[in-house]
Design a binder for this molecule. Structure first.
Ligand code: UFG
Length: 344
């Protein structure tokens, strides 16, 4: 056993895939999740893949007393990964107080409890949203951050600042901020994947739900951008590759591989892929045609952003491996599994 890791929000899309990779790497995992955007069956999926059922505590990380009980019960936690956050850009515009309250209180609680319980390493789920519309692509970690365009994005920026301030104040912890680009796909076993509530706001779940007939037509938001095919460009990162980045980040802190108390890494492929190219890759790899139409631009969308992942490649020794076609196939297999289970 390499150590005991608390995965806050471990029942969600990225949290569940990371739990699998942590267990595969020999870590013991304790998940804490309030199940606000996930369900208990995720534990079965994790167990079927890894043969190990992680410990699970149903609690809200904003509840300090519940968190203290957790740390008292599961002694010797070495690291925390914080996935527990609300993450819908549009919803955050409607419910800013909820976003600031949830996302920031959870972070503050975890940072306060870490030294109290001797927890050493903290991995924070940040986002390329902190860069805003880049002046240059691919973008490196030292590019300036720009004013957030949504409360969701603002919570990511403020969270990064809070972590830096806490470390600067002398807290005996180490932290790694992972700036995710666009996580997509599912575990190749189709035992776990993304299950958004209601109508998906993100591209890939909308696409796969359209392909299976739950949605009539995929709307492509804008094909008149200043890009080769007119659609926006993103860096789509396979969720299993993304999950593995958390494992190496934790190992780096817990094994004292770095003297830095705070580090930040872009987690992306390094390839800019347009919305049209992603749709083409889905149709090519699955052989399934997706009804779609081109509609007006979505307000607030970034035109093009993709990562320079060189720092993560060289310093963490992590690299995205999945091909776009494999990732599309995994997303499709997961969507089909949801249908088989009668979920969607
Ligand atoms: N898109 C469509 N149709 C859809 C959904 C999306 O054309 O039905 C387009 C969007 O306009 C955008 C691209 O697909 O050009 C990607 O959109 P997503 O909503 O999937 O992802 P975003 O890049 O907007 O947002 C993601 C995460 C955020 C994060 C942000 C950082 O969802 O959490 O990246 O840029 F903050």
């Amino acid at each position: 056993m390499k150590g005991k890791i608390l995965v806050a929000g471990g029942m969600g899309f990225i949290g569940s895939h990371t739990t699998v990779e942590l267990q595969n790497a020999g870590f013991e995992v304790v998940i804490v999740d309030n199940l606000s955007n996930s369900n208990i069956e995720v534990l079965d999926g994790i167990e079927r893949i890894t043969g190990v059922r992680p410990a699970f505590v149903k609690a809200d990380c904003t509840d300090m007393a519940a968190m203290r009980r957790l740390f008292d019960e599961y002694k010797g936690i070495n690291g925390i990964i914080d996935f527990a956050a609300s993450k819908a850009v549009g919803e955050s515009m409607q419910k800013p107080i909820m976003y600031y309250r949830n996302n920031l209180n959870i972070l503050l609680n975890l940072l306060e409890l870490m030294p109290e319980y001797g927890v050493k390493g903290f991995v924070f789920s940040s986002s390329c949203t902190v860069y805003g519309e880049p002046d240059h692509n691919p973008i490196t970690e030292d590019a300036p951050t720009k004013k957030a365009t949504s409360p969701y994005g603002a919570t990511k920026q403020v969270s990064e600042d809070i972590i830096a301030d806490v470390i600067r104040s002398g807290s005996p912890i180490k932290a790694i901020l992972l700036r995710y680009f666009n996580p997509i796909g599912a575990h190749p076993s189709a035992e776990i994947g993304e299950l958004p509530n209601g109508v998906p706001a993100n591209l890939v779940p909308y696409l796969t739900q359209t392909a299976i007939g739950v949605r009539k037509e995929l709307s492509i938001f804008g094909n008149d951008y200043d890009t080769p095919d007119g659609t926006c460009i993103r860096d789509f990162i396979n969720v299993v590759d993304l999950a593995k980045a958390h494992v190496v980040a934790l190992e780096r802190m817990l094994d004292n591989k770095s003297d830095e108390a705070l580090e930040v890494f872009n987690i992306g492929t390094g390839d800019g892929v347009s919305v049209q190219q992603l749709l083409d890759a889905f149709e090519r790899s699955t052989g399934v045609k997706v009804p779609h139409k081109y509609v007006a631009r979505r307000p607030g969308d970034i035109v093009k952003i993709w990562a320079d992942p060189k720092k993560a490649n060289e310093v963490l020794g992590w690299k995205a491996e999945a091909t776009l076609d494999d990732t599309m196939l995994s997303a499709w297999k997961w969507q089909q599994r949801l249908r088989e289970r009668g979920i969607m």
